[in-house]
Design a protein around this ligand. Structure first.
Ligand code: PMP
Length: 395
């Protein structure tokens, strides 16, 4: 095994070296060793990719779709994205200049931030948020300005945004929004988005809207999008990983005004040349004919949500109503104190249930834990029973 030459040691890009690594991942790795633990830590569907989507990829491989795709993506895929957005949100994007294929939503967020930020540009990040945002923003030279939304049921209000822009967020270039949210499962109402859009416009900001969980909303809560209100300043980043059970395929898309998309497409081409040829055929099939799949997934997750939500509430956990994605962000009962890392460790060791400490998701997450219900009903029920026993025995 090669050992790095001593005179090169410590000479790795300091910006990268100083980035914290994922706390969620290292915490999960640590507790995964506990025998018989039920892990509710992962942000990944337990469902498999639907057969017709797999078949489309198999056919594409057999048809020798194994070449470089165009830098922005294949026209069939871009057209499918355009049609999908038109049908689901009523918004119009030209597949020739306003959409780009990406390596998952992570890849999409990376190239979007690279296109937007000069070194030191501020970006408003409502928290709690998917932890990875901090790393991606900093890697692109941005400076995340956290806005704790815990006092507002985990919704960024227009008032809070204004207040931040007048203070520590002064001069910010962009705001990011995850709707539906990981980790809180909160979904923005149309009126809340409209109020935010006014502030975003007044302060001349870009809005980066991560809508990866758009198809997964429950109890008739409808998903709205900033693209419907301020398309001239919104960059939509979305994909098929969650709602279409395609995390391992690594495909997503960005849609936005042509001028910013040209920069994004340029970066994407330098970074990855193009998205995997045959994977685009699978994603095209998903967008064209996947409605019944995500409708079924939505029904499945909806049932699971109620099992976990009811179980937690009966044990004294409080939460802002989870309406989408597949997470519950629950406040630890006060009798347990507010050290969420200690609580999650204790729950893992004694009750054999793995959850993620809320403080890993940024300001406002302290004293909470995140549970993912992308797991079978049987496992979730056992996890609830174990939590019930744990609470009874601890108090
Ligand atoms: N955005 C959010 C809010 C997420 O929760 C995740 C996955 N945990 C991603 C983006 C990454 O998605 P992908 O797997 O498509 O890169």
């Amino acid at each position: 095994m090669p050992k790095l030459s001593p005179n090169l040691s410590g000479k790795i890009n300091s910006k990268i070296k100083n980035l914290p690594s994922s706390q969620i991942r290292s915490f999960s790795k640590g507790i995964a060793q506990i025998p018989e633990i039920i892990m509710l830590t992962v942000g990944e569907p337990d469902l498999n990719t639907p057969e017709h989507i797999k078949q489309a990829a198999i056919t594409a491989i057999e048809d020798n779709d194994s070449h470089y795709a165009p830098e922005a993506g294949k026209m069939a895929y871009l057209t499918a994205v355009s049609t999908y957005l038109q049908e689901s949100l009523g918004v119009s994007y030209d597949p020739k200049s306003e959409i780009c294929a990406t390596v998952g939503v992570s890849g999409g967020l990376n190239v979007t931030f690279m296109a937007l930020f000069n070194q030191g540009d501020k970006v408003i990040v409502p928290t709690p948020v998917w932890e990875v945002y901090f790393g991606i923003i900093k890697m692109a030279g941005g400076v995340p300005i956290q806005v704790d939304t815990s006092a507002d049921n985990f919704i960024l209000t227009a008032e809070k945004l204004t207040q931040t822009l007048e203070n520590e967020g002064n001069g910010a270039k962009a705001v990011v929004l995850t709707d539906p949210s990981n980790p809180t499962g909160r979904v923005y109402a149309q009126s809340e988005l409209k109020a935010l859009a006014q502030v975003i416009t007044a302060y001349g900001l870009y809005a980066v809207s991560d809508e990866i969980y758009a198809e997964l909303t429950y109890d008739h809560k409808k998903h709205y999008s900033l693209t419907q209100i301020i398309p001239d300043r919104t960059i939509l980043v979305s994909g098929l990983s969650k709602s279409f059970a395609m995390t391992g395929w690594r495909i997503g898309y960005i849609a936005g005004p042509a001028e910013i998309m040209a920069a994004i497409i340029k970066i994407n081409s330098f970074l990855i040349t193009s998205v995997t040829d045959n994977v685009q055929a699978a994603a095209t099939e998903g967008l064209r004919a996947g409605e019944k799949d995500y409708a079924a997934a939505r029904a499945t997750y909806g049932k699971r949500l109620h099992i976990v939500q009811t179980g937690l509430e009966q044990n004294g956990f409080e939460m802002a109503v989870p309406e989408g994605a597949f997470y519950i962000f629950a406040k630890i009962p006060s009798a347990f104190g507010s050290d969420d890392v200690a609580f999650a460790n204790d729950l893992a060791t004694k009750a054999k249930v793995g959850v993620v400490p809320g403080s890993y998701f940024g300001a406002g997450g302290q004293g909470y834990v995140r549970l993912s219900y992308a797991s079978s009903e049987e496992k979730l029920q056992t996890a609830v029973d174990r939590i019930t026993n744990y609470v009874k025995q601890s108090l």
